[in-house]
Design a protein around this ligand. Sequence first.
Ligand code: 8YV
Length: 316
Amino acid sequence: MPISTHRVLQIGPLKPSLAVTLRTDYQAYVLPNGDERSAFLAEHGAEITAVVVSGVTRVDPDLMAALPNLKVVVNFGVGYDNIDVDAAAARGIGVSNTPDVLDDCVADTAVGLLIDTMRRFSAADRYVRAGRWPVDGNYPLTQQVSGSNVGILGLGRIGGAIATRLTGFGCSISYHNRRQVPDSPYRYVDSPVELARQVEVLVVAAAGGAGTRHLVDRAVLDALGSDGYLVNISRGTVVDQDALVEALTHGRLAGAGLDVFADEPNVPAALTKLDNVVLLPHVGSGTVETRAAMEALVLANLNRFLQSGQLVTPVR
Ligand code: 8YV
């Protein structure tokens, strides 16, 4: 397909440099918010053939219906639970994401969160800043990371990168996954509850979406128990957040390190009051290097699609 037959639409916020490139090199439209949105869709909807979004923006069947000639949704992010991929497939709309390029960065975040949560570095930092060290004395002892038993829920590319790093810390790694991973050096456990029962730390690395909603429920949290830690770098929807807040406030879990939440950017006030919880504003892939690589992959997908109708990294 020649590029001239295409019209690109940015929906929702994007990395500023990517938004500039789309506007200047592709003459992309930006979907307005509020009252102007439906007027824009009525006037321009039929022109649009390609959409670029980031993981926080929903692309649902209503939006697809308002873009009747849409051929592709290019997603900035590896997770694509923001996009109704079944509805897209039914309409013949291709979907791409940004796999591989962020594995290392997100795995770094998971390990950083795990260490911070078990060793309570953020809480200890608050202790120093509050002037408590000279007054209250040495900080309480915490839990050792090296040599601990870690369970990974979802041994995909990111889960695997987390496991590799933690092997360097002498941790024993077990995992649960939809399917057992052939030739994996790690021990497979056949349910999330059983995995939680056997480990000291559960790291959630399973993709988001309807199939994994509340995979970590009250039973899994109770199996992890009052000495157990939870780390989540995937999607807030994978964990029953109400059950998590309840377990943490009642001391039924030792602590949690969270980069993702059920209703971002809103974080339950109860969590912000707990000292045994580390809260990050979804920064898993947020480094200059990784975001540049994601941006390049978004543009590679867009270019390939505009030129040939193919994608570099289609989601299925
Ligand atoms: C991004 C992510 O923060 O890749 C993902 O799935 O969650 C993160 O890398 C997200 O895409 C929003 O830009």
